[in-house]
Design a protein around this ligand. Structure first.
Ligand SMILES: Cc1ncc(COP(=O)(O)O)c(C=O)c1O
Length: 372
């Protein structure tokens, strides 16, 4: 049996008519960037998330960079990021000239460790730390009370990287609505995916929202009058229309993912493999279902791949050991939990459309590997 990590065709098929009609309308209107389609989607995201403002942008990476810029982060300001996340979390900070300052992750949740943040903040840092980017990795929230407490104490800004957790809840509030800004990615493979690149920023701060709208659109509030150095980070109308249709199904898809995860949990319990941990303060929307093995994840993944199951590792190299961040001066051993997670974790396919037969085959194959 062949089971891919993701099957977007199966997700799109039942919505095909709605999506085709929505896209046709954009073409008929020949309004392709921002405009009423984006305004409408932003309004619906405000309703969905409970945030006061939603600003549609070009992608999740730009959502982080713009948030940092709007919060006044300048070149050579330090920005704390977890060492174990997708490149873009730190890349978005580095690309505006800020200095990523890494912290380790928690062994159970894979999210940023409060203890490690405290260690970083207690050190004499070469660069003044001005912001932190907690990432809600794989779909469960970071310990936001802890992060916000430390941020308040040290007067630093908080940008939640919500790229993998749109719709997840932290103590009843939607991920991305707790910090100064929440950056969302609608990369096609995300739980709410566009038909190309798209992203969004959530905030409860009116001044920030106004700044972000100007920054995303070449720094002009009125066309051809540029008040600040802005960027071209606008959202395409087609993406907004597609996302607006898909948003109606998001809760249903997220709960289907949770059902798949529960099925895996039930059937893999008691085996020599660590199941995902859901922290008490958060729901988990399982953007990824991640297992941990005490043997090498490569061996496990190779076996699953041989049996036709598309298993991956997110991520094989922690950020402090990536070539592009060599200039930051980190070395192997600096963040032991991040390094261990990179060697021991791997995913099982998880999406709402997986059939019972496919799930059972995956479970059976995991058991075969463990039992030799
Ligand atoms: C944790 C994390 N941060 C940031 C991003 C960047 O989002 P995008 O690909 O939309 O730029 C992604 C997604 O790829 C992500 O997974």
């Amino acid at each position: 049996m062949k089971i891919s990590a993701l099957d977007l065709k199966k997700q799109i098929e039942p919505l095909r008519q709605e999506l085709d009609a929505g896209i046709k309308e954009v073409i008929d209107n020949t309004s392709f960037i921002l405009g009423s389609g984006v305004d409408k989607f932003e309004r619906h995201v405000v309703e969905y998330s409970g945030a006061q403002y939603a600003i549609g942008v070009s992608n999740g990476t730009d959502a982080i960079s713009l948030s940092l810029l709007a919060l006044g982060i300048e070149p050579n300001d330090g920005v704390i990021c977890p060492a174990f996340t997708y490149y873009a979390t730190a890349g978005a900070a580095a690309n505006i000239g800020a200095r990523p300052v890494f912290a380790d992750i928690d062994e159970d949740t894979y999210n940023i460790s409060l203890k490690s943040i405290e260690t970083v903040l207690a050190k004499k840092n070469k660069f003044k730390i001005k912001a932190i980017i907690p990432v809600h990795l794989y779909g469960a929230c970071a310990d936001m009370d802890g992060v916000l407490r430390l941020a308040r104490k040290h007067k630093i800004k908080v940008v939640e990287d919500t790229a993998q957790a749109f719709g997840a809840e932290y103590k009843g509030k939607k991920a991305g609505t707790l910090g100064d800004c929440g950056a969302v990615s609608f990369y096609p493979g995300k739980n709410l995916g566009a038909f190309g690149d798209a992203g969004l920023i959530l905030t409860n701060n009116k001044t920030l929202a106004e700044k972000l709208r100007v920054l995303r659109n070449q720094g002009n509030k009125d066309k051809y009058y540029h008040t600040v150095l802005g960027r071209n980070n606008r959202m395409d109308t087609i993406q907004a229309v597609v996302l607006d249709i898909k948003l109606r199904y998001l809760d249903l898809w997220n709960s289907s993912r949770q059902e798949v995860a529960q099925y895996y949990n039930k059937n893999l319990a008691g085996l020599n493999v660590k199941l995902p941990v859901v922290p008490v303060y958060s729901t988990h929307i399982y953007h990824q279902y991640v297992l941990r093995t005490s043997v090498s994840n490569k061996l496990f993944m190779n076996y699953l791949q041989e049996k036709g199951i598309d298993s991956r590792v997110f991520y094989p190299v922690p950020l402090h050991l990536q070539k592009c961040f060599k200039y930051l001066g980190y070395k192997a051993g600096d963040f032991p939990q991040a390094e261990k997670a990179a060697k021991q974790t791997f995913t099982l396919p998880i999406y709402p459309e997986l059939t019972k037969e496919e799930k059972d085959y995956i479970i059976q194959t995991v058991k075969e590997f463990i039992h030799g």
